[in-house]
Design a protein around this ligand. Structure first.
Ligand SMILES: [Zn+2]
Length: 169
C-alpha cells in the first residue's frame, strides 16, 4: 500500500494512482525475482536491479529504475496520476528498446554497436572540454570551402575504437 494511503481502517477515497504504486512494486518483483520490496527502497544497493544484475551489463535495467521513480514513491505528488500515465511511459521505453535505443544518462553503460563487447566513453578532446569541432562536406559539395562545422561530443569504444558523437552546443 502506498505510504500516502496508510490509514487506520477503510480507505474511503481511493485515488487513481493507488494502483500505480503497487504496479511499480510488481515490476520490481518481476525483474528482481524477489518477493518483496520494502518501502520505496529500490535504489538501495541491495535492491537496485542495476547492481543486482551488474554482470549482465544491460543498459535497459536503468529503464526499470526510471519507471520506478514515477511509481514507488513516498509522496503521492511524485507518483503518476494514473496507470494510463504509466502505460505511456512503458510504451515509450518499449518503442525505444525495440529500435535499439537506450537511456542517455551518466552512468548508463553504452555498449558498442560495432564490436559488441566494448563500451563507449566520453573522449576527452581537450583538458577543459569534451566538445570538438568537426567539419562535414555536404553531399554534392565541392570540398572544404562548403564545409559545415559542428561542435560534437565524441564517445569512443574502449575495445575497437569506434567513435560516435552527439551534436554539442
Ligand atoms: Zn567497439
Amino acid at each position: 500500500m502506498p505510504p500516502w494511503a496508510e490509514v487506520d481502517g477503510r480507505l474511503d477515497d481511493v485515488q487513481p494512482n493507488f494502483d500505480v504504486y503497487m504496479l511499480g512494486k510488481l515490476l520490481w518483483c518481476m525483474v528482481s525475482g524477489r518477493l518483496r520490496l520494502n518501502r520505496e527502497w529500490f535504489r538501495n544497493p541491495e535492491n537496485n536491479v542495476t547492481a543486482m544484475f551488474a554482470k549482465n551489463d544491460d543498459p535497459h535495467l536503468f529503464i526499470i529504475n526510471e519507471i520506478l521513480e514515477k511509481c514507488v514513491v513516498e509522496d503521492s505528488k511524485d507518483c503518476f496520476r494514473s496507470a494510463s500515465d504509466l502505460l505511456i511511459m512503458v510504451n515509450h521505453f518499449v518503442h525505444s528498446i525495440n529500435r535499439g535505443g537506450q537511456l542517455l544518462r551518466e552512468g548508463v553503460p553504452r555498449l558498442c554497436r560495432v564490436c559488441g563487447y566494448g563500451h563507449y566513453h566520453p573522449e576527452q578532446v581537450r583538458p577543459s572540454s569534451t566538445v570538438a569541432a568537426v567539419r562535414f562536406w555536404p553531399v554534392g559539395s565541392f570540398g572544404p570551402s562548403d564545409a559545415v562545422i559542428y561542435n560534437v561530443r565524441p564517445f569512443c569504444c574502449d575495445r575497437c575504437g569506434h567513435i560516435q558523437f552527439f551534436k554539442g552546443s
